[in-house]
Design a protein around this ligand. Sequence first.
Ligand code: TEU
Ligand code: CA
Length: 544
Amino acid sequence: MNRWWQEKAVYQIYPRSFQDSNNDGIGDIPGIISRLDEIKALGVGIIWLSPVYKSPNADNGYDISDYRDINPMFGTIADMEQLFSEAEKRDIKIIMDLVINHTSDEHEWFKRSRDKDSPYRDYYIWREPDQSGGEPNNWTSFFGGKTWTFDPKSGEYYLHLFNEKQPDLNYHNPNVIAEIKDIMRFWLDKGAAGFRCDVINVIFKSSLEDGVHRLAVCGREHFVTQEGTHTILQELRREVLDNYDCFTVGEAALVNLRDAKLLTDPARRELDMVFYFDHLNVDRRIEKFIPKKFKANKLLKVLTKWQQGLYWNAVYLENHDQPRIVSHWGDDGDKYRERSAKLFAAMLLTLKGTPFIYQGQEIGMTNFDFEGMAQINDIETIGVDKLLRSFKIPARLRWNWLKASSRDNARTPMQWNAHPGAGFTQGQSWLDINSNHIEINHAEQERREDSVLNFYKKMIALRGSSETLKYGDFAPVWANEQVMVYSRTITGAEQLAVILNISGKPAATQIENNLIGPIIVSNIGRGEYDGTLSAWEAVVLKIW
Ligand code: TEU
Ligand code: CA
């Protein structure tokens, strides 16, 4: 049976950068409420809200100090309740970000946990120094540095897979799991329609032994998708989620297909879908920082593996941790920016799974135009800069890599209009606004028929009304380094072919004979397909 979360498209909001309502330069919940009509007009039915909870903002809200309260910079619980009800009026559901691998070090639990005799001590992972007084093991953090920080007060180290201000919770402690269940119920009762579960596959550490030596995230074999994680997810599903009409999408760091299948197999009742990273890393080495050549055939291979390997996919090309897709795989120059942005819209909405659109993606926002580290806010970028420095990577190359991959690329404020402040704020924005908001902005694109925004609207509507695009089988058809072709089929009913030239050069496909059919989507207004493609051209054909 098909579920509502398979039918609808999702829009991700990064609250700090979406809409400021009081001109303090920081987006907020009243700001989101004021933009619900634009979100509705896009055609999406679900919002994923990045964290709005109380937080000292070491990692912009992914470090929570109170799970039941709202960060005053974003508003109040009453604002949040109003957001739920205003969204509901428009038939939009909201999923919350559930960040439970770690809390903030300013969370009450952690403050008490610093005391060795407190019942909260065991909420976190504390260990004595090793024999020479050093760290308990050799693990390294997702953000490039150490995973252990020494607490002089108790003479022990605590574990943090991310920043030292994000201590990891101890999932061997049933009290921790009980607390998490209560927090989930709290938000589900308020109206949340589910959760995006932050780095959910690393919550359970099966041992604290040394990891095999690696350049990044050393120790992973002891915490990535361990059996204990599966058990906990099943428990959360059974005891909490099953009592609500909701869904979960888990962010699965460093996940492989085998484990992703276990996490999302409907029969196992863990998560409904996961975000994996394989496809975004086709042109990267060592996670995401070091680039290599993009090849469309490589991408098709990776997509095929996941599209065919999982029961249901979460399909995404951008989020708050990734560069903008037009800058990453597309062309963000004047000539092809819009065309390549539309190509990725066509890709996103013709793959099988629930599509996730990140704020700004629908108008083809580009990477930032910062000039140096001084303008960077993101702790991951700062951590990785240090790591690359320690590998003696020269400054210029370091900046080129970070500029291409920094999470701040996605975090510059939403470009609503061409005015100073981009319609985001009339104050000083927390992160600089991209100077290209004069050309790339929502207001201009709303007015212009052939804009990226209108193309997204058409693609979202098309997917929503097409059983084949929602549920048809995915199959690879043909690819080379520039072009990829795949089909979506409901046997006996319909077959569509998607043809994408992911390159700035003209191309030709060698499959014309199998692919005769009228064009139902073209990003250049083409009337008929003749086997040739211009730069960044996308077409969808109805084969039968
Ligand atoms: O991201 C986890 C995660 O895996 C990223 O740090 C990832 O390694 C990197 O950004 C992509 O290369 C989640 C959140 O999405 C992120 O914003 C948080 O900083 C992180 O968890 C910690 O909560
Ligand atoms: Ca504000």
